[in-house]
Design a protein. Sequence first.
Length: 256
Amino acid sequence: NESLGKINDLKLAGLRICNYQDEQNLSVDKWDIIIVQVESLSRIEFSARQLVAILDETNAILRQMNSGANARESENAMRDILRTAQHVLAMDAFANESTLTFLKAYRGENIRVIDNKFQPLVGKTVEYLYDPNSGAEAMRIGCELLQQGKRVAFVLTSCNMARALVEKASKLQRPDNSPVKARAYYGDMDGKQRKKDFSDINMAWGELDCVAYTSTVEAGISFEKTDHFDAVIGITNIVTPVNVEAFVQMMFRIRD
């Protein structure tokens, strides 16, 4: 899900880099950089070449290691990477004792912890709304903002709600009488549309007034176009629960 632009920047630097979905041979001898989801680690062919392993969103990786059809193979591959890598850089805003315990199991005690105190959202307004009516009030507020000409992103734990919300938003009009441009993102959405949008998320979402997405948009997506969305509204409930860390990651896919 990394943006196409970032991958092209790495290629321009002279590095051999691949999208693992497009390649059959994933040998570390052939490529300088391989960006891969943990569920597909079992496809990588290792050798004696020294490598640096970067774990982005480490806690999410730990959760994903135990899911999917190739869970055991991926776990074994992760073990081999952590034990043989020359250096391991593990990053997560929610790193805790469990994260350190996992890393120590493979890397021993030679671990340095860097605590990043940077707080980019100081001064931002966050409002918590208890809504006993399944998020109806939050959706109403969001739709009113759209009709006022604002741009809104909805973060949801229900794919049915995401689809229904976008269907409703698409029928609304902005102050200039133009229709609201909205799109939903969820697990079983059209694969071609998702691949196209995720290849350049700044361009795709930059053309929309409203997006509604579920956990299909979590780690790996970064919408970095400034001053585009006016509000991010998160709606969750006990019927379709989600890990708290995962929900925070979902909400902050929109960086500004």
